[in-house]
Ligand binder design. Structure first.
Ligand code: PLP
Length: 466
């Protein structure tokens, strides 16, 4: 950003440009086509700088993606070098060196026989690819009826038509269409919101029974896939109860239902591993979708790891000429793959280990916020966490509370030097993995103060009496 009067004039001009011409993601009807958002001018390490020149901890690491931190010279250089070597090649008839190399390195990290990767442009396109692959797979093997997809409340899988049809967060679908006839939604596996009086074990049994009964009632011969985030990220960092995911995995295996693990957020170090499905949750899926952290957000790239068992079924089928009619101009983009390789070097070169070390400290320090009466629960895993506010702890009622409580906390924290991601009555945190213990302390101190100020404000307005 420029300085002085010229700078503020320049900023005002950009604000007007945005208001007149820029539509950002997830706008509201009441402000669409006339909205400017907080300008961010620069980033360095775990920090970003806003339009006022205020340095902020990047609490959500962009959108859970800037895993190795901002302004990494190694990544900038590799983008430049790759653009000067080969900026683009058609993946329809050719391939680039970085795409083959990255595919091999990702396969080495993926569990079991997930030896193949189909690169996409981001997370939605990765989920879309996995779903279309399931449809193709079942068509080719003569099971065209086996197409239903099981998803869950609290899920977020993307913004393309089919991936968005799986979304199960409150309000996401209120005004949006979806392929509802293809999707079955089950209960959100959120232990904090389990029925009153039910134990965690009882809740787990309930979820597993619901899954099994759904497979029976709708028919295993009609269900093609289950799609699930190991930890539901945008739904509010919902960590499922222990043992739940392996039991769902087993039912999928027994019923020939493909298990698609959506690791768009949890992969590339967020939970301390390149892929978390097996190492953290003990499951070997049929496909894993990823994006975000694969390039630490420096270049749009995503992909699907696909099991060799599936590719083999296709190769051995009687339909050698059946075509998986799916692919993107930017599939296997050489710059994206080159960034992915260097990003993997950085993760393997110490950042994964650092994330494993600092993760428990991050969780432990954030947990202290439960001392504040507005906070119903602090939960999380690795370097992702959520502070959920409630009107009162007894009923855990989030609705009696002003719905914008997350935004209020964000506003106060912003003034204090931290960007948080507000989600209705929740604040979600997923800082760059390079965050140090001292920076964690600073972040938690700001949150503590930001939430305290929010409580004062709510009391003063008579919205909340806690
Ligand atoms: N899947 C999950 C679990 C996500 O969190 C997201 C985005 O936040 C997506 C898919 C969609 O990814 P993208 O926004 O890159 O299309």
């Amino acid at each position: 950003f420029r300085r002085g009067d010229a700078a503020s004039e320049h900023r005002d001009g950009l604000k007007r440009s945005a208001e007149r011409h820029l539509i950002q993601p997830w706008p509201y009807a009441g402000s669409i086509g006339n909205e400017a958002r907080t300008p961010i001018g620069s980033g360095d390490g775990i920090y970003i700088t806003d339009g006022e020149g205020r340095r902020l901890i990047d609490g959500p690491a962009g959108m859970w993606c800037v895993n190795v931190g901002h302004r990494r010279e190694e990544l900038a250089r590799v983008m430049y070098d790759q653009a000067m070597t080969l900026s683009y090649n058609t993946p329809w008839y050719t391939m680039s060196d970085p795409s083959a190399e990255l595919a091999e390195r990702l396969a080495a990290h993926a569990p079991g026989d997930l030896d193949h990767v189909f690169f996409t442009t981001g997370g939605s396109s990765a989920v879309e690819t996995a779903l279309r692959f399931m449809q193709f797979f079942n068509n080719v093997r003569g099971r065209p009826e086996k197409k239903l997809i099981i998803s869950r409340g609290g899920a977020y899988h993307g913004s393309t038509y089919l991936s968005a049809s799986l979304n199960g967060r409150p309000r996401d679908r209120d005004w949006m269409d979806g392929a509802d006839d293809l999707v079955i939604k089950l209960t959100c596996p959120n232990p904090f919101r389990r029925p009153a009086g039910m134990s965690i074990e009882g809740f787990t049994d309930f979820l597993v029974d619901e899954f099994r009964e759904t497979v029976t009632s709708r028919g295993a011969d009609r269900i093609g896939a289950f799609v699930g985030e190991p930890v539901q990220a945008s739904g509010g960092v919902i960590v499922p109860p222990p043992g739940y995911l392996p039991r769902i995995r087993e039912i999928c295996r027994e019923n020939d239902i493909l298990y698609i693990s959506d690791e768009v957020v949890t992969a590339f170090g967020r939970l301390g591993e390149v892929f978390a499905s097996e190492k953290v949750f003990g499951i070997e899926p049929d496909m894993i979708t990823f994006a975000k952290g694969v390039t630490s957000g420096y270049f749009p790239l995503g992909g699907v790891m696909i099991s060799s068992r599936l590719t083999e079924v296709l190769r051995k089928s009687n339909h050698a000429a059946a075509m998986f009619g799916h692919g993107y101009t930017y599939s296997s983009h050489p710059i994206g793959c080159a960034v992915g390789l260097k990003n993997l070097d950085l993760l393997e070169g110490g950042i994964l280990e650092h994330a494993r070390q600092v993760g428990p400290y991050f969780q432990e320090r954030l947990k202290t916020l439960e001392d504040l009466p507005l906070v119903g629960e602090v939960r999380g895993a690795g370097l992702m966490a959520c502070v959920e506010c409630v009107a009162d702890r007894e009923s855990r009622n989030p609705l009696a509370l002003d719905n914008d409580v997350g935004k209020r906390i964000d506003r106060h924290c912003h003034e204090l030097g931290l960007l948080v991601r507000p989600l209705i009555n929740m604040c979600v945190m997923s800082p760059p993995l390079t965050i140090t213990r001292e920076q964690v302390d600073h972040m938690v101190a700001i949150l503590h103060e930001g939430i305290s100020r929010t409580m004062d404000e709510l009391r003063a307005e008579g919205v909340w009496q806690g």
